[in-house]
Design a protein around this ligand. Structure first.
Ligand SMILES: [Zn+2]
Length: 142
């Protein structure tokens, strides 16, 4: 489904919920294809090395956040890792920061609307994990 530029009001940050060292863009994409999503669920994916991988086109809805109808009004970014137990690599956070800055300017998304999956009303998930959630909360203050 199409995602019009003017409908992008949020950016949602996710974790893969798998050990970062064992996680690649290809693995997650394969898993989502197997689940019938037609593509990887996210618009961007950041691997353990900090390598940024392109998922869906920004003009196409993701399948990352069902709660509050978020797929129709957001872009989804996922970091490889399980951030209740792991901490994000500084290379991953560097890539994330730069991506968030670029996307928020491009789509005029205010910082308060750049949130973790668990912050979406109606979602019942740990995603993106305690350590990445904490980082996001701090980042939003600046
Ligand atoms: Zn999520």
């Amino acid at each position: 489904m199409k995602l019009a530029k003017e409908n992008i009001k949020f950016i949602i940050v996710h974790q893969s919920a798998t050990k970062k060292a064992e996680t690649s863009f290809e693995k997650i994409k394969k898993f989502h294809l197997y689940q019938g999503m037609g593509n990887i669920a996210y618009h961007y994916f950041i691997e353990q090395s900090g390598r940024l991988r392109k998922g869906r086109n920004e003009s196409t809805q993701g399948t990352h956040t069902k709660a509050s109808g978020m797929n129709a009004k957001s872009l989804g970014i996922c970091l490889a890792g399980e951030f209740n137990t792991e901490t994000p690599e500084s290379s991953q956070l560097y890539a994330l920061k730069s991506l968030l800055n670029n996307l928020s300017i491009k789509y005029k998304v205010p910082r308060k609307n750049i949130i973790g999956h668990r912050e979406v009303y109606g979602s019942a998930t740990e995603c993106p994990g305690d350590n990445l959630s904490e980082w996001l909360t701090e980042w939003r203050k600046h």
